[in-house]
Design a protein around this ligand. Structure first.
Ligand SMILES: [Fe+2]
Length: 275
């Protein structure tokens, strides 16, 4: 595969059975596949056959063809055609947290060079370094959610850039130097000449949200290419919010997740087995 997806077959089926409130034994009974073989598929010591993919997809309410494309590693998202925008630059800053890569993003207005920092990647130093390398002026910080890998180190960024921080009103609040400013669905904040709209995408967390500007959305852990985030709060809400507030956007909209490669609305509609 051109590049690794954040979630592969085993991660996807585990998220689906947990999300539906099933146990592995129930999945085994429904599919006729042994619990041992399901576990081996989840830890990648056994490749599923096409029949097994079909049985699992039916039981877990996933799309069988899309799931099979991920099981056989025959799909990865193509965003090249959709990414060029003369008014907006998106810079990805990737850091490792507990050995796993996480992305923060810089949204830069190309007309004014004013910028928003989105999430911290728990590595304010990496963000400060990137900012010092390019000509930009951070004016605000936006948080997709408050998990440590997205919000730790916030106060260091607030200190460095003297910026206000915005977070969804329903989200637990990380420690901040200033009073946090609260967002709800549809709220708009300005970054230079760019207008950034808040979209509700809870389910992974209580007040998880996404940030939509022009034909780009920073989606946090609501959606990964070919998958969704862990539904710690509500699987049903996560899927319905992604469907209604992200996959309803124009096909060429580029989606930048907190983990793994960028994707597009069209790619997800055609390839994400949860939809
Ligand atoms: Fe998260």
């Amino acid at each position: 595969m051109a590049f690794m997806l954040e979630d592969e077959f085993g991660d996807i089926i585990a998220k689906a059975w947990r999300g539906l409130g099933l146990t592995v034994s129930q999945v085994a009974t429904e599919t006729g596949i042994t619990t041992k073989n399901i576990s081996r598929m989840e830890n990648y010591t056994r490749k599923p056959s096409r029949d097994e993919v079909d049985q699992i997809a039916t039981t877990l309410q996933l799309d069988s063809d899309k799931l099979n494309a991920i099981a056989t590693e025959s799909w990865s998202p193509n965003t090249i055609a959709a990414r060029y925008d003369p008014a907006l630059e998106v810079v990805t800053v990737t850091a490792k947290v507990g050995g796993y890569p996480v992305h923060a993003y810089l949204l830069i207005c190309m007309e004014t060079r004013e910028a928003a920092i989105i999430d911290t990647a728990a590595n304010p130093k990496a963000i400060m370094k990137r900012i010092s390398e390019i000509n930009m002026d951070p004016k605000l910080i936006l948080l997709t959610h408050a998990h440590g890998d997205h919000a730790n180190g916030l106060m260091d960024l607030e200190d460095a850039f003297d910026c206000p921080t915005w977070i969804h009103a329903n989200e637990p609040k990380p420690r901040s130097k200033n009073d946090l400013r609260l967002l709800k669905h549809g709220d708009v904040v300005s970054v230079g000449n760019l207008k950034v709209t808040t979209l509700d995408t809870p389910g992974h967390t209580l007040g998880g949200c996404s940030f939509y500007v022009r034909s780009t959305v920073i989606v946090g852990d609501a959606l990964f290419a070919g998958s969704v985030g862990n539904a710690s709060i509500s699987y049903e809400k996560l899927l319905s919010n992604v469907q209604e507030n992200l996959l309803s956007l124009p096909n060429q909209t580029v989606l930048f997740p907190g983990h793994g490669p960028a994707t597009t609305v069209e790619e997800e509609k055609n390839h994400n087995p949860f939809f």
